[in-house]
Design a protein around this ligand. Structure first.
Ligand code: HEM
Length: 467
């Protein structure tokens, strides 16, 4: 009783344990400096539920699958999206930061764009974008210049998503938009400083506003073109424009369409690019995995390009991608805010508490994973998956807010890996330089420089059975 009357800034006596704040912004500062190391360190000391002092309300870090299920599935109605997601101007009122009835309506209208048939129909586009990338790689391999992996993967996923959502490859047609997207990604993943708290405008903010404006202009132009000739388009934006709310019969306003394009096209391409960059890195570090992938790709595809029917057969390749996202999940922290009081793991969660579910830690929980740091794609053999806690692995989130693009991302990855690996071998330069940077997504702080070696045409062509 007494506790309910306390002001929200006063820690509840039965809040989960956590480090003492040594000065007023201690935890905020440590979180800004290196959030992942801070969380990993304090989780070691305090266990699965840890409280931090991050301003007005406490922040609770969760790394047990039961607790993730509680927040995202069983008691999801009590948890809203984090204010950080809502504050980000690029997401607007789109799916990612949306809540409540508005979210439900948007999700219902966006879902048909991700139906099994629609996704199968996209495979040729994914393949076509990858083919262009490989042609460019051929030149790099000849010249011997290094490439930065995340930049390359962003380029390919931008091409794939641009074509899927807007029928346009921005790398080719709109270099200004492409550069704006790159800038937005870098800015959203920047190291935070105390200046960010004070919110004093800086030159980079103006650049960010300009980059958003360039994207907005492009998206509104695309919407206008589809309004002029609605029958001519067959992409995700045209599906969103045709979607009607089942209850009101209304479609989306231009502003909402803009927001959803930002969420799908810009947001979606970034996570997949990050996941793919890490997967290439892991393949390079594990020659026996690389060997087995090559074998599978040769058996399933021979020299053919993949079609929709091939993707389920590239099972090991899929598992490699899954295992890579276990160790290095792009969405390393899933955030929520408790609306009402709750209890997690026997501890009090007062209203207003920020809750961070750390997939990086969850995917290493020693009760659910053996030899946690070992890269082992066989963990994702279907029989082993079936025996595991469902939320022990959740790179795409969980519950009703599960990533809408999860199957598409997996398809993109399988296509890029299978086609890329067949033609190239990668040599990572300066492996020691690998330092993690946990921003909006989990990246390599100094990038990953690679050299490409072009492989001779396969002898396996002679052995393949033509599909
Ligand atoms: C490997 C790639 C990807 C990863 C790791 C990833 C991860 C996630 C995660 C963890 C969430 C849940 C966030 C939360 O609950 O707060 C999410 C939601 C979302 N993702 Fe992805 N994602 C990926 C690819 C994509 C793609 C390709 C698209 C678009 C085509 C996309 C669009 C979205 C959207 C719109 C949401 C919000 C869904 C909702 O709340 O209804 N993502 N993603």
């Amino acid at each position: 009783m007494k506790r309910a009357a306390m002001p929200p800034s006063t820690p509840s006596p039965s809040l989960p344990p956590g480090p003492k704040s040594r000065w007023v912004l201690d935890h905020v500062y440590q979180h800004m400096k290196d959030p992942l190391s801070f969380f990993v360190r304090e989780r070691e000391r305090y266990g699965d539920v840890v409280t931090f002092t991050m301003g007005k309300h406490p922040m609770v870090l969760l790394s047990h699958p039961d607790h993730a299920r509680h927040v995202l599935v069983d008691n999801a109605a009590n948890y809203a999206k984090s204010p950080e997601a809502r504050r980000n101007r690029r997401f607007g009122r789109g799916l990612f930061p949306a809540d409540g009835e508005h979210w439900r309506r948007q999700r219902r209208m966006a879902q048909p764009a991700f139906s099994r048939e629609r996704l199968a129909g996209l495979v040729d586009t994914l393949v076509d974008s990858t083919r262009s990338m490989l042609a460019r790689w051929e030149e790099h391999a000849r010249g011997g210049e290094p490439l930065e992996l995340l930049r390359e993967m962003s380029r390919i996923t931008l091409s794939q998503m641009g074509r899927a959502v807007l029928t346009e490859d921005m790398n080719e047609t709109r270099p200004r938009v492409r550069d704006s997207i790159r800038f937005i990604m870098t800015h959203d993943n920047r190291d935070r400083s105390l200046w960010d708290l004070i919110r004093i405008p800086r030159p980079s903010w103006r650049r960010y506003t300009n980059a958003l404006a360039a994207l907005d202009e492009m998206i509104y132009e695309q919407i206008a073109r589809r309004r002029q000739s609605p029958g001519e388009w067959d992409d995700m934006l045209s599906l969103l424009m045709a979607a009607r709310d089942v209850e009101t019969g209304e479609g989306m306003s231009d502003e909402l369409l803009r927001d959803e394009v930002m969420n799908l096209f810009v947001g979606g391409h970034e996570s997949t690019a990050t996941a793919l960059a890490w997967t290439w890195y892991q393949i390079h570090r594990h020659p026996q995995v690389e060997q087995r992938m090559r074998q599978e790709i040769a058996e399933v595809l021979g020299e053919r390009e993949p079609g929709a029917q091939d993707l389920p057969n590239l099972r090991y390749t899929t598992q490699v991608f899954q295992e890579s996202m276990r160790l290095l999940p792009p969405a390393w922290l899933v955030g929520r805010v408790a609306m009402g009081a709750d209890r997690i793991g026997g501890w009090d969660i007062p209203p207003g508490t920020m809750v961070g579910i750390c997939t990086y830690l969850l995917h290493r929980h020693p009760d659910f994973w053996e030899d946690v740091e070992t890269f082992d794609p066989e963990r994702f053999d279907p029989e082993r998956v079936a025996k595991r806690h469902r939320q022990a692995y959740m790179p795409f989130g969980a519950g009703q807010r599960l990533c809408i693009g999860n199957h598409l991302a997996q398809m993109q990855a399988t296509v890029v890996l299978a086609m890329g690996l067949r033609r190239f071998r990668m040599e990572v330069r300066d492996k020691s330089a690998l330092v993690l940077k946990a921003g909006l997504t989990l990246r390599a702080r100094h990038g990953i420089q690679v050299r490409l070696e072009s492989l001779p045409a396969r002898e396996s062509t002679a052995r393949q059975s033509v599909g």
